[in-house]
Design a protein around this ligand. Sequence first.
Ligand SMILES: [Zn+2]
Length: 266
Amino acid sequence: MTDLTKVKEWLKDADAVIVTAGNGMAKEEGLDILSEENFDDEYGKVADKYDVHTIGDALDKKFDTWDEQWAFWSQLVNEYSLEYEPSETMLALKELLKDKQYFIATSTFGHFFENAGFNEKRIFNAFGDWTRMQCSSGVNHGQKDDREVVKKYLEGKGEVPKCEDCNSPMELHMPLNANFFPDTDANTRFRWFLTGNEDKKVVVLELGVDETSPQLLDPMVKLVEQFPNWHYVAADLADNDLPDDIQKRSAGFATDSHDMMMKLTK
Ligand SMILES: [Zn+2]
């Protein structure tokens, strides 16, 4: 049984909060990449032609043409990111962090935290961000915003975007193949934030991180083991999933991020 009063105290006293957010949080924001529900209804053409029945499978699939690919990607980016409305969980997180120093490390790629109004300089998208695009040549020619491309596709006037350096087609800034280059600037900002807070009172708040994004889990637990003023608070892990040596400084709610955030903010 998690001692809610204790966890609330940690958060109140914290100099900084580090949020890690994975699949569980993406689901809260409406994007469940592993779900077959509604996929065939909404994306029937793609489902039939490529025999894919989840967003995850469809993202992994190489389509016959770049134009088809961008038409499909545009639908996804529009539905989940351009038309995004923050969930109750997200609004609770905003309330919790409003007077705090924070950094958000996420594998959710749907631009949710930026859209919800968090500081873009305080977000590291470990698995990229599909509102941005990168060169498909395999050479790192940087990233660009793709939202205008998406809008053109939705108007039926879409054109495959090309790299300004080498004229290769652009693709979503996500680890869909070996060409993915993470956002090194954001990663560096995240590392500086971690280093700068080693001696401070920190809460690592884990919102639905599972085995699909291990880099947001074990390394963060290890940091909490290393720094005695840090705490680890997890939505979907239980107390006994966390290491013995941080039991007194950690709490596992064994639930989902919505339920945890409601408990923490009420
Ligand atoms: Zn290029």
